[in-house]
Design a binder for this molecule. Sequence first.
Ligand SMILES: [Zn+2]
Ligand SMILES: [Zn+2]
Length: 345
Amino acid sequence: MTRPARFNNAKIVGCLFTCSALYFAAFAAQAQQPSSSSSPPPASQSQAQQRPAPALTKDTTKIVLLGTKGGPALRAHSAAVFSNVVIVKGVPYVVDAGYGATRQLLQAGVPLTMLRYVFITHHHSDHELEYGPMLYTAWANGLRTPIDTYGPTGLKDLDSNWWKANQLDIQVRIEDEGRTDPNRLVTAHDFDFDKEGVVFENDDVKVSALRVPHPLVSNAYAYKFETKDGKIIVFSGDTAYFPDLARFAKGADVLVHEVMYGPGIEALAKRIPNGATLLKHLKESHTFAEDVGRIAQAAGVKTLVLSHFVPGDDPSITPEMWAAPVRENFKGNIVVGKDLLEIPF
Ligand SMILES: [Zn+2]
Ligand SMILES: [Zn+2]
């Protein structure tokens, strides 16, 4: 059997500055436990590994945090890199695909052959590195049905370059194994909104995107999922503090917001040679925990889920330390995210 080629996309290399900055800010997973009083019962890694997740049915509607770590770096103890799946009436809608997303989908009980829709918030590798491998593996697992993917301008290139980079393997498998051409199964859709717009709509859900500030990435977006039975789920994506996000997320049942811990990044900056540059980047492009609380309060969301934790390699930051500065400004339900945590809505 041949082995698939490794991901080799030039656009990812182009993200080197920010990605390397976040490399030092990668989050240590084992520090994450859901906050004691305000979280749903955790689906721990060990539980998930011991018990097969229930199969998706038409009644399955929930969010699963597949990976909760900000930045593309990976360590032995790390959480999976940022990725999520929103399941509406048994149909999975993947939101971002950082490294590890494919295995996390399986751990969450989502058969890869059931993949149908993928949404990418922006072109940083901790949100899209496993875009191609996830689709490839779904195809290798026997996917025969269409997949539509959506993302800011550049997604079509990411998609076509992935299949091109792996064409030798794919051609051999089509011949040797009688497989269909994955290029015919996957359709990538680019979008570019000045401010916001509707990305997608079907009988069950409408997905809108809001452009958010995340320098140096010029086209980064938050996503809003509105189900036809009135539920609203919002993902901030990666963003600096952006009060307009509160309008976009008004009345949301669940807001999954990125989070950065101020004392943690100050300490981080003192430990590394490029600390001053990193600190400047993080402050300009991500949201402090206190401001996450401000957004959630202004939006009046029912449940705020913290994820995409920065910094990443400071296990001294406890779940309560993540939640406390958020709670200063937000009086609703706070969930400190964790890999494979399920959030009903
Ligand atoms: Zn990120
Ligand atoms: Zn980013």
